[in-house]
Each structure stands twice: as C-alpha cells, then as structure tokens.
Ligand binder design. Sequence first.
Ligand SMILES: C[S@@+](CC[C@H](N)C(=O)[O-])C[C@H]1O[C@@H](n2cnc3c(N)ncnc32)[C@H](O)[C@@H]1O
Length: 264
Amino acid sequence: MSESTQWLDTGKPTSARIYDYMLGGTQNSADDRAVGDRLNAVAPFRRMALLNREFLVKAVRYLVTSGVTQFLDIGSGIPTAGSVHETARALDPGCRVVYVDNDPTAVEHSLRLLDGTTGIGVVEADLRAPESILDHPGTRAVLDFEKPIGLLFLGVVQYLPDGNDPAGLINRYLTALSTGSHLALTHFTADNFETEMAAAVEFFAGTAAPMFPRDATAVTALFGGLELVDPGVVFTARWRPEPGGVGADDPDRSGHYAGIGRKP
Ligand SMILES: C[S@@+](CC[C@H](N)C(=O)[O-])C[C@H]1O[C@@H](n2cnc3c(N)ncnc32)[C@H](O)[C@@H]1O
C-alpha cells in the first residue's frame, strides 16, 4: 500500500468510496471493495455506476456547450474517474464547480484531490438544508448566482424518502438560480428492473443509506416546471446514446432514469 493511500484503511466503508470502487477509482479501501463486491453479487451495481458516470459526462458536455460554465454538484461523492470539473474544463478551462456532500470522508477525499485547484469549492452539507448550501460562503465564493448554473443531482435523490419532499427541496434550489440554469438528475428505478432493485433495496435497508427507487412519473415530477431537454426523462442508457455506450446492450434495463431540464 502506498503512503498516499494508507490513510484510506481507517474508518468504515462509505457509499462514496464504494461508488468510487465501482467506477474503477483509487479512493477506496479493502473494506470498501469487499462491500462493493457483495453489492455486485445482489445487483449489477458496477454497470449502474458506469452508466450514471457516462450520463454525468454527457450532461456536463451538453451544459457547457449550451453556455453553462458553473456547476453546483450535490451529492458529489469523490470527484475522480471523469469528474465534473475535468469534463467541463476540457471544453472550457474557466468552468467553476462547487462539490457538496454530507459524508465527511467524501469531503476529505475531495479536498485532498483538489488541493490547489482554483475555481472549485468543496462544501460539507446535507441537501435537505438547501439554504446551508446556497448561502454557504464556500458556494458564494465560487459561483455567480446572477448567471446560469448547472444544478446536478446525480444518483442522490434516491436516498430521500417521500417524507423529505424531494420535489419541494429541488424547487428551493431552482428558485435561487437564474433563468437559463439547468437541472441534471439521475435516479434509481425498479421499472424493468424489479428483481435487481428489490435486492438492492433490501441490501441497503437498515443501513445508514436506505434507498427509495421511483417510477417514471415520480422522477419526471422532480423536474417541476422546467423545460425538459430532448429526449426528456428516459432510462439512462437512452439519453442521447453514443456508439459503444455502457448500456447499449440492454438500454431498457438501466436501473436509473436520467434527464435535463432548463429553467425558463
Ligand atoms: C451514489 S453517490 C453519487 C456520486 C456522484 N453524484 C455521481 O453521480 O457520480 C451518492 C452520494 O450522495 C451523497 N449523499 C447521500 N445523501 C446525501 C444528502 N442528504 N446530502 C448530501 N449528500 C448526500 C453520498 O454521501 C454519496 O457521496
């Protein structure tokens, strides 16, 4: 084990580090990998993680080419293996990003990885408290709220039960953003994926991160009054597929929906 990764082998497995393992990242420990392997045995999580990351890259490229150069990435995990800032800055080096996560270890990894990178903020906060993120000095120092912002909720809203009013929470973020801002969102679903998602829900039940997959109607409702960008809310592998894409073999069994909406 190298000196730079030794510190990883302290502490319990976390969803951000297990997710990093699924993506082929380096910010995970033997314990994280063991849980990841157990997860893969109950449902194809690696494929789902890769599909989700593929959408992240397509969504960020779409937003930058549409003139959005600022990003508020909520539930960001660990920014490795095709991160928002790397993807955005490959198109426009002036892009600015604020990464937000409520997991202190994800925040610590992010700070270590981004050390010295300008135009990027890292905020530890819970998305259920929108003002703590929107008004955070670390957010305001990086993002200009007078200009469009790409609000990213990728693979995170599924951790909120209906009682948390996810649509109402997302709307509170959107209210603070200017015209021309966009929401990009992915969300676990059991549609066409009943057996696998049931196993995943059971796996997470009783852990610190129980999951609440939603159907097409419920995921579409999260976009509220936004103008949906073509092709709308679809299985992740059906969102502007590219040759050789991860889910090309079986796009209707993605396990997530994905979509982008524009604030009019
Ligand atoms: C599956 S990962 C997704 C990572 C990244 N968004 C992506 O798509 O590649 C989910 C992340 O959401 C974070 N998360 C879960 N609930 C959260 C909450 N209430 N507030 C902020 N972050 C949360 C977890 O800590 C984890 O890092």
